[in-house]
Design a protein around this ligand. Sequence first.
Ligand code: FMN
Length: 220
Amino acid sequence: MIFDCSTMSAATLYPLLAGTIVPRPIAWVSTVDAAGRSNLAPFSFFQLVSDQPPTLMISVNRKSDGRAKDTSVNISATSQLVVHLVSPSELALMNASAADFAAGDSEISALNIATVAATMVKPPRLAASLVSFECELVSLTPYPAAAPSCDIVLAKVVCLHIDDSLLGPDQRLKHDQIDWLARLGGQWYSHSQQPDNFQLARPATAELAVAALTKSESSE
Ligand SMILES: Cc1cc2nc3c(=O)[nH]c(=O)nc-3n(C[C@H](O)[C@H](O)[C@H](O)COP(=O)(O)O)c2cc1C
């Protein structure tokens, strides 16, 4: 079936896009408002977009009446955020923090989530988080400009926290210990440690890539 996006409503398009571009990592984002009150919410329209400089992207949808969500409002006001990755044990808290709390009401306080001061920015860091990124705003772009449906946030990572349990010798990550929740379509979730995860080296040259494929085809 071919879908012409120009003829489709947002309600029809969203589940087809968000349900096929999966799994998506979840950014659990803490911010503070201009008065210093904290806010926490999850976002799965989230990616690493550059490592030099280290830059993350989060897309925060507008509410149905076009108003910005608290996360967007706070980032506009203070230019800072902390992005946490979410362990499976944090599923219930992460989901609860997505509820529609009134502006200024802290999800962190309401849900009794322990925090510690961040090192370089004002928003608090979640104490139990195994990996978090302290970030400064690069740009917040209402998109599309004429009638924004979201605010696209580019954020520069200024400080990276990685729990020692995830690091081996030479500060290398223990890839088989990294387990984050991820968003699938509908109400489905997944997480990164799966029994059939595997390793694969990239071909060193184009010739080796072709030769390896030819060899595997002839042995089938
Ligand atoms: C797993 C998960 C992923 C979500 N991803 C997004 C997202 O990518 N963009 C978005 O605008 N809202 C997303 N939401 C909904 C927001 O978390 C929700 O609207 C929240 O109330 C926003 O909080 P705020 O107003 O404090 O910023 C997601 C919710 C969940 C549970």
